[in-house]
Ligand binder design. Sequence first.
Ligand code: SAH
Ligand code: MG
Length: 199
Amino acid sequence: MHKDIIKAMEKYADEENIPIMEKKGIDFLCKFIEKNEIKSILELGTAIGYSAIRMALTSKDVKITSVERNQDRYMMALKNVKACDLEDRITLICGDALDVDIKEKYDMVFIDAAKAQNINFFNKYKENLNKYGVIVTDNISFHGFVESKEEIENKNLRGLVNKIRDYIEFLKNHPEYETKFYKVGDGIAITYKKEDINE
Ligand code: SAH
Ligand code: MG
């Protein structure tokens, strides 16, 4: 049963500190996919396949390609996708999302990989959107650190949080794209092409 496999993935991610989407975040995203009849998704950052499987289960018409650079996680994702019988609708690629060459276009690009690289992912993959396509980015809030006014002691964490702040500014000031920010899960941004919404 899908439900049991999903539960087991949530438990595994919790125990092994694998940063899968928060429940409320993935629920929100699945509803968004259904409502907007999104059929093709490119995901950056598969981890163990949790969000890819959840998104694929929204409808039999949904197809997903997902990229993961960590070999062990990629292998685990393969196993989980197989256990859910979704190999025909979820294609997994093992590689660095900044290096792989993907020519297809998608209704949605979902950025959920290395947070410091968000601007680079955005710029690389904005060309892979179909007309009316959207770019969704997870962890825009990063456990509340992004909005927090307090000084962050840990240097690595501070660097990462500042990168996410830079990305938010980049999205807000982009001349060609418009972004809505949702305080759900760990913070989700949905970006639209202005020329698509102003028609
Ligand atoms: N989307 C998943 C969670 C992804 S966690 C879910 O919600 O279920 C982020 C993942 O991105 C990690 O597994 C990490 O190995 C991977 N990652 C980070 N940088 C990457 C890159 N440049 N290319 C591909 N994968 C990357
Ligand atoms: Mg995430």
